[in-house]
Design a protein around this ligand. Structure first.
Ligand SMILES: [Zn+2]
Length: 238
């Protein structure tokens, strides 16, 4: 690519680099994705999920992404609760933008009141983006796949994706890179742990959460008359 931004092959190269820094990520996360090369419907799901991640990162050069992975790896050292693997892609993109390219912080200044952090946006807590169910999950919820196979949580989180928040932080940067949150198209998947300022997705395996997704998908299909409420298809070959 003439502007140096990564292509599909370089994405895989970056991923190898990143996995070397986070050796737990492959067994605990990537290996739980549908297998590549199986020639089945699941293989399509794998390609689609990879394409979603690729889209988050293909604004950067391989060097920038590797530097961002290095920084993330340094930031994670000694942390009590580490970032969920499913969030690595969006976070590497954020670090590449705000720290590697040195365009200054893309986040609002942190404000505290009585020792508690106050957010300009409670929906994303000033992260600028939100985690939603991925298109594959929604397809499964509509009966086009075995929803009971969706295994969620940090230990093999499947089929989530990231969209830009509708607040000014989201509009200022993330909206140029990804779809903006739309409650007709996206169902938020994240929860917050009180006080810890981090996403919690570990409880998402419970049947009630899957039931919520199914109910939501059915309502959206009825309302819109569309077969598939969330469209985020790409044609990047993986
Ligand atoms: Zn927001």
């Amino acid at each position: 690519m003439s502007d140096g931004r990564i292509d599909g092959q370089q994405f895989r190269e970056w991923l190898r680099y990143h996995l070397a820094l986070f050796p737990g990520m492959k067994p605990a996360f990537l290996d739980k994705l549908p297998p590549s090369g199986s020639g089945t419907e699941l293989e399509k799901d794998y390609a689609e999920q990879m394409a979603v991640w690729y889209k988050q990162l293909n604004w950067y050069t391989l060097k920038e992404l590797e530097a961002a992975s290095d920084l993330l790896s340094q930031q994670e050292v000694g942390k009590k609760t580490s970032l969920g693997y499913g969030r690595h892609f969006a976070v590497v993109a954020k670090i590449a933008k705000s720290e590697v390219r040195s365009h200054g912080s893309i986040y609002p200044k942190q404000v505290y009141q009585d020792g508690e952090q106050v957010y300009q946006c409670d929906l994303c807590r000033d992260e600028g983006c939100r985690i939603v169910w991925g298109p594959v999950s929604i397809r499964y919820a509509l009966g086009r796949g075995p929803i009971e196979k969706l295994k969620l949580g940090d230990d093999g989180t499947l089929y989530q994706t990231t969209v830009a928040c509708t607040c000014s932080t989201g509009r200022g940067y993330f909206a140029r890179q990804m779809t903006t949150f739309d409650d007709k198209l996206h169902l938020p998947l994240h929860r917050w742990e009180d006080g810890a300022q981090r996403y919690v997705i570990g409880q998402m395996e419970d049947a009630a959460e899957q039931g919520r997704l199914v109910a939501w998908a059915e309502v959206r299909v009825k309302e819109s008359g569309q077969q598939q409420p969330q469209q985020q298809q790409t044609n990047i070959p993986f």
